[in-house]
Design a protein around this ligand. Structure first.
Ligand code: C2E
Ligand code: CA
Ligand code: CA
Length: 833
């Protein structure tokens, strides 16, 4: 009844009350047979009836079920006495005095409500009196008719009272008919019962008023009995509802769902206008769920002083421990302490303020809730663990991947670019190994902080495993992403202070994107599952960045080894190797001192049926990764050693150099194969040089070294290729049985114009000679470079300036026609090495 109350409704109530009083006055004035009592009564009668009205109003009790409340009162008894024994005006007066006094004492309603009550009381009596007097005047006025008429009049009077109360309710809530019908339907049997009881008490009093005293005892007993039953029934219904509530939330694990069900149930079960549930996790409020207007001032910590009595006043069962201001509150306690507080405010229904009973119901509800809240908290923790990395608190891989689909869709909707960056710390393993896991963990947490600070709202940062972090988000353009990733890597590059030590740890980052247009999305989908394609691409880009020390790199098809193009290339390469589709080209080497062609390097060539000629760098890589390299090397060795014999037969005594790859040196059978081929063609081992790149030497030291040792033992020459690009230390080179250094062409080609290159080449030549090695310069494109090399003391030159790599036939022609002399097949003249 306490819905928005504005002045116009109040005014309407006042007007209605006045109207009721007016109608009552008219009814009294025009009552049939005047206002005099129907039966004479002793002088104490008005006083007793007045008191009885008060008691009846006080002894009222309500049965409440859910939102419905049925009110029981036995004001019918004094009403009937008043109608029969009192002057109508006196009857109205005692009704008003007794009734209003009791209403005031129990409810203290606002004045307009009190006035309305007065109108209702007055009109009830007036209408009852008119009905009774009409019946009596139409009949013979005997005792029987007074009794029957009285019962009917009291019944009518009660119905009039209910209807008038409904009129008032309708002023606030509307729907007069609906309210009145519900009210009458649920209470009509009570009215009939009360009217009959009133009739029973009247019967002896009609004989002589004193006899009414005999009726009082059974009424009081009956009354107490019914009231008790009502209370028990009410308790049972409450228990039922509370258990029903416990059942409804039994299967719920989501805290929000539990909270919502709880506050809804609190407002219904306890007829509260507002309800709130605060759930604490680790003594701090995790969430507050409200029904009705949210309650302000709820605790945010379990050690809140104002709320201490409610949350921790374990022994205090009085209202004091359950009240803060006008709120009723009960703690939700689990074995881990207080996990929540359930609060309600504003009693609705028949009673205006909460009672002890309400508070104990609230406590029961809170107790029922404890299990569910603990379960919800546990579920939440588990969910957190399932979706987060516990060290850094960031999302984990599962959560990150789950978010990707959504991210790509948002990119399409907003026509922006979705990106995934993978980060990998460059020296993390070292930190872990040398400083311990504790330092490693500290570093990871700090990296997580730094990256978090750079991220923008909407970005998602995750830690996958070890030192791998991933970041996703949306930006307007690739440029924005580039700037952002740079900011990330430089945030990580700043020195860290771990256990008082200053550490510099760089991160390599790989970026994959999906632009906002449908094409880009479709392209990703073609690459398989679009989400994992995006992740895989970022990973590929990251490895590329790491290997090439690029800091960060965007994904491109060219750096991807697993693109469909690459996979089809693998199949074609296998066919080419099997069906001699690989051709050998020979690039002559010039002895700079004697100005004589002294040898040639063999370079593999592959003419792809549809793609044309594939650069060796590309197909050698594919062969290395797929294990095809053995067959390829074997094929090249066979062709090269065969070529030595064939050239000998044509009168050219040349040394031939063959390139080996990393995998070849790990192959324990390589030596046997080389030996077999040499024997097969009857070629001396010294005519064969095997070129090994610097990088290869660093790979799996012991196995590589043993292969190199054995090759040396059988008499094959070994050369360090691409010298200057790697980091091989001099002391290491000295230990190896190599006979030649090949200066990488990147230093040679611009030798004459670049002073720095010249310095490098000069010192490399000196270094090689100091170690007793022969020095070859590759990438010699001009005569100037050849001349300068000669001045610097370089032994051998190779490059386009001398001759491009040629097929065997063209090589033999070139050897015949070249202006350079060629070494003749004269076994008595020694080779330069
Ligand atoms: P590499 O061993 O350094 O071979 C020399 C490369 O330099 C060849 O490239 C050659 O064509 C090129 N070259 C020669 N003179 C000049 C010049 O004056 N200027 C310039 N700019 N380049 C010149 P190519 O044939 O593309 O071979 C590339 C790489 O592929 C080789 O580098 C070698 O590492 C590898 N490779 C080639 N054939 C084989 C093989 O049969 N087996 C193995 N494992 N690797 C091979
Ligand atoms: Ca080479
Ligand atoms: Ca080289």
């Amino acid at each position: 009844m306490d819905a928005p109350r504005n002045t116009s409704t109040v005014a309407r109530i006042v007007v209605l009350a006045m109207a009721l009083i007016g109608v009552a006055v008219v009814a009294i004035v025009y009552a049939p047979d005047g206002t005099a009592p129907l039966r004479t009564a002793p002088l104490w009668m008005p006083l007793v009836v007045c008191l009885a009205f008060g008691v009846a109003e006080l002894a009222v009790f309500h049965l409440e079920h859910r939102r419905e409340a049925i009110t029981f009162s036995i004001s019918e008894v004094p009403s009937l006495y008043a109608l029969v024994f009192l002057d109508i005006r006196v009857a109205v007066a005692v009704r008003l005095v007794g009734g209003l006094a009791a209403v005031w004492v129990t409810r203290r309603p606002p004045l307009h409500k009190l006035l309305y009550n007065a109108g209702v009381f007055a009109l009830e009596i007036a209408v009852g009196a008119c009905v009774l007097r009409t019946i009596v005047s139409w009949s013979d006025g005997s005792m029987t008719w007074v009794l029957a008429g009285g019962v009917i009049a009291v019944g009518v009077l009660t119905v009039v009272g209910v209807v008038l109360v409904c009129v008032a309710i309708a002023q606030f809530e509307g729907d007069f008919i609906g309210t009145a019908l519900t009210e009458l339907r649920s209470s009509v049997w009570i009215f009939a019962l009360n009217a009959t009881i009133a009739g029973l008490t009247l019967a002896p009093a009609l004989v002589t008023p004193w006899l009414s005293m005999f009726a009082i005892a059974p009424i009081v007993i009956l009354w107490i009995f019914v009231r008790q039953q009502g209370k028990i029934g009410q308790t049972l219904r409450d228990v039922e509802s509370i258990q029903g509530f416990a059942g409804r939330i039994a299967g719920e694990v989501d805290l929000d769902g539990i909270g919502r069900a709880t506050v809804d149930e609190t407002t219904r079960l306890l007829r509260a206008r507002q309800a709130g549930l605060v759930i604490f996790d680790d003594e701090v409020a995790l969430m507050t769920i409200s029904a009705g207007i949210p309650i302000v001032g709820l605790p945010v910590r379990t050690d809140d002083l104002r709320w201490h009595a409610v949350l921790h006043g374990v022994d205090d069962e009085s209202l004091g421990g359950g009240r803060v201001d006008d709120l009723c509150a009960a703690p939700v306690r689990s074995d881990k302490g207080v996990v929540g507080v359930l609060v309600m405010r504003g009693r609705e229904g028949a009673v205006e303020s909460f009672t002890e009973t309400d508070l104990s119901r609230l406590r029961t509800l809170a107790d029922q809730l404890a299990g569910a809240v603990s379960r919800g908290l546990m579920h939440r923790h588990l969910q957190f663990e399932a979706n987060h990395d516990l060290l850094t608190g960031l999302a984990n891989r599962a959560a990150f991947e789950r978010d990707l689909t959504d991210l790509r869709e948002r990119a399409l909707q907003h026509a922006s670019t979705a990106f995934v960056v993978m980060f990998d710390l460059d020296r993390f393993k070292e930190v872990n190994d040398t400083l311990g896991h504790h330092a490693g963990d500290q570093l990871l947490v700090e990296v997580a902080h730094r990256l978090t600070r750079v991220t923008e709202p909407g970005d998602l940062l995750a830690r996958f495993a070890g030192d791998e972090f991933a970041l996703s988000g949306l930006r307007d353009s690739i440029d924005d992403i580039d700037i952002f990733v740079r900011a990330c890597t430089s945030a990580v590059a700043r020195p860290f202070n771990i256990d008082g030590l200053e550490l510099v740890v760089n991160a390599s980052a790989g970026v994959a994107t999906q632009t906002g247009d449908a094409d880009s999305a479709a392209m990703l989908r073609r690459a398989g599952d679009a989400d994992s394609a995006l992740l895989r691409r970022a990973d590929v880009a990251m490895y590329h960045a790491k290997q090439n020390h690029l800091g960060h790199e965007f994904y491109r098809d060219e750096i991807d080894r697993r693109t469909p193009a690459r996979l089809s290339m693998l199949a074609d390469l296998r066919t080419a190797i099997d069906r001699s589709g690989i051709e050998l080209h020979f690039q002559p080497k010039l002895d700079l001192v004697a100005n004589v062609v002294c040898g040639a390097e063999v370079l593999a060539r592959w003419q792809h049926p549809t793609r044309g000629s594939v650069p060796p760098i590309e197909f050698i890589k594919v062969a290395e990764e797929s294990g095809l390299i053995r067959s390829l090397t074997d094929l090249v060795l066979e062709g090269s050693i065969g070529a030595i014999a064939a050239l000998d037969a044509r009168g050219h005594r040349l040394g031939i150099a063959v390139n080996l790859s990393t995998q070849d040196l790990l192959d324990e059978l390589l030596c046997d194969r080389v030996e077999r081929r040499l024997e097969q063609f009857g070629v001396e081992p010294t005519r064969l040089t095997l070129e090994i790149t610097e990088g290869t030497l660093l790979y799996d030291g012991p196995r590589t070294r043993s292969t190199i040792e054995r090759l040396h033992q059988i008499g094959v020459h070994l050369s360090i290729d691409d010298f200057g690009t790697g980091y091989s230390s001099l002391s290491y080179l000295r230990q190896l049985p190599v006979t030649e250094l090949k200066i990488d062409r990147s230093f040679v080609t611009n030798l004459v114009v670049d002073a720095q290159d010249e310095t490098i080449v000069r010192s490399t030549i000196d270094l090689g000679h100091n170690l007793g090695l022969q020095v070859v310069a590759e990438g010699v494109e001009t005569n100037d470079v050849a001349d300068r090399l000669r001045v610097l003391g370089c032994d051998i030159a190779q490059g386009y300036g001398i001759c491009r790599p040629l097929p065997f036939d063209q090589l033999t022609t070139w050897l015949v026609n070249t202006s350079f002399a060629t070494r003749q097949a004269d076994p008595t003249r020694p080779l330069p090495w």
